[in-house]
Design a protein. Structure first.
Length: 507
């Protein structure tokens, strides 16, 4: 047992001697390699230069004082010439103060080659001592306000690209004209500053051609013209209208001539035309009130709104609001009229396309016309309207009203004497469709309206006085109309009547 213990002690002693010898060897190696490279964490490494000034073993504060003093004496010799085409700008160092950025630049030099690993730092320190570290602080970093001065010059050079503009003049034979755009110029700032730094490394006087690139307009001229095709055209006749009615229609239509509607923009007919009053220039003409034609300010404007409505439908645009008249209109099919009244009815539409739409409206002696331009409808597709009479709504004949106030005593006096104010009118249930045609075939049809034009009673006035004894009533040519009986013949007659007025819409 004693012998084993002695052997163990001997081995432990030998192991200790070995470890100690290795530690001493490593210490000697370190001292050999780094004996000339003491590690100062708050001082520059040996053989370090800033702008050619040796700052070895200096603190940051010491280096800053020396560098700033040098810059103060040498910055007046700094000159920067910047050129762009036939323009030239010269910046002199004497125009600048020494900026506050010197200290941050010196800090960057101090941190060069320093890590959290002291072993690595010692290796870098030795390398710097051997090879040297010479860093130049660019004058652009120490001249106070230098970036602002450069930016002012850049602003004189840079221009935004201007997109071509489409001018719309509906009075011209060619309503669309493209005003050319203009290329812009952008200064390549990063490249400019890199070039300044590079030239400042060895020179105080530098000359640089300012690098730029052209900026092409986002929109091409040909693309503008691609989006102004004739999408629809619609006309109604007003050849038999009075001059005042024609005047009102022309006035209302003029509010839309040249109108440009942007995508998602909503347009109200009533807002565009204003109140149909004498103060706004409208005249008296026939309007429909409670199923009867009477004189009213702005009469005829509904024909303007109706013509516009049909052009909108054929252009495949979104109609937000449209209402039918009390009575069918003679100038359009059933379910394709658009009655407007400032009090309760409007025509409202929205541009549901991705490009603007353009309206051209005009009136000649016989017709009211609307043309709508915008992106072309799907290639080869045309739109048509179709009207369908679903049912004839029979009228209730005449209603006899006693003239108790004597309003018509110049025509009737006694009971049994009649004077007709209006005839009864049958009503209609109708539907309106839009059809999509391609290659001579209907590829789609959709219902867009379902209307009821209510039947109207005839109104016959009767005298209110009893006839005297021995008197006889004068001859009366008013025949009272009985309630209408509707049958298939009635419906077919109605279809034929409207088909004669608008044959294409009742195909």
């Amino acid at each position: 047992m004693s012998k084993n213990k002695d052997e163990k002690k001997s081995k432990s002693f030998l192991w200790f001697l070995g470890v100690s010898a290795l530690s001493v060897s490593l210490l000697l190696v370190c001292q050999f390699f780094f004996k000339d490279a003491p590690l100062n964490t708050d001082r520059f490494y040996e053989n370090t230069k800033i702008n050619g000034i040796n700052v070895s073993n200096m603190t940051k504060s010491q280096a800053k004082n020396i560098i700033v003093a040098d810059l103060l004496t040498s910055k007046d010799n700094v000159e920067i010439e910047l050129k762009y085409k036939d323009k030239k700008w010269v910046l002199s160092g004497s125009d600048f103060e020494v900026g506050d950025d010197v200290e941050s630049q010196i800090n960057q030099v101090m941190n060069n080659g320093r890590t959290n690993n002291s072993w690595t730092n010692r290796k870098i320190a030795k390398k710097i001592k051997k090879d040297g570290l010479n860093i130049n602080i660019s004058y652009k970093n120490i001249l106070g306000g230098f970036d602002d001065s450069i930016e002012k010059i850049i602003q004189e050079i840079e221009t935004e690209a201007k997109n071509p503009v489409l001018e719309f003049n509906p009075e011209n034979s060619e309503p669309f004209k493209v005003v050319s755009g203009q290329e812009g110029v952008t200064v390549l700032r990063d490249k400019l500053y890199t070039e300044i730094d590079k030239k400042f490394t060895n020179n105080k006087k530098i000359s640089i051609e300012i690098p730029t690139i052209k900026v092409v307009p986002e929109i091409k001229e040909e693309d503008l013209l691609k989006n102004v095709k004739l999408r629809s055209k619609f006309s109604t006749s007003y050849s038999k209208s009075s001059s005042d009615r024609k005047y009102n229609i022309k006035l209302a239509m003029s509010k839309f001539n040249g109108l440009v509607v942007q995508p998602e923009e909503v347009v109200s007919f009533n807002e565009k035309t204003g109140n149909r009053t004498a103060d706004n220039g409208y005249k008296n003409a026939k309007i429909i009130v409670n199923g009867n034609y009477v004189d009213g300010s702005g009469g005829g404007v509904c024909q303007a709104s109706t013509t516009l409505y049909n052009a909108l439908v054929l252009a495949d645009l979104k109609v937000v609001q449209a209402n039918h008249h009390t009575l069918p209109s003679s100038y359009v099919p059933l379910s394709f009229d658009a009655m407007v009244s400032g009090d309760y009815s409007d025509l409202v539409f929205e541009n549901n396309l991705n490009s603007p739409i353009y309206l051209k409206t005009y009136c000649d002696n016989d017709n009211v016309n609307v043309e709508i331009y915008g992106p072309e409808i799907e290639d080869g597709v045309t739109l048509k309207i179709r009207s369908e009479i679903v049912k004839v709504l029979g009228h209730n004949g005449d209603r006899i009203v006693s003239d108790l106030k004597g309003e018509y005593d110049d025509k009737i006096i006694y009971k049994g004497e009649y004077y007709r104010l209006s005839y009864p009118r049958e009503g209609y249930e109708s539907k309106g469709y839009i059809q999509y045609w391609k290659d001579g075939k209907i590829i789609k049809e959709k219902e867009i309206r379902h209307d009821f034009y209510q039947p109207q009673e005839g109104v016959v006035m009767e005298g209110s006085n009893d006839i005297g004894e021995g008197m006889s009533l004068p001859l009366n040519n008013v025949s009272l109309v009985k309630p209408q009986k509707v049958n298939e013949t009635t419906i077919e007659n109605a279809r034929q009547k409207f088909k004669q007025l608008n044959p294409e819409a009742y195909n």
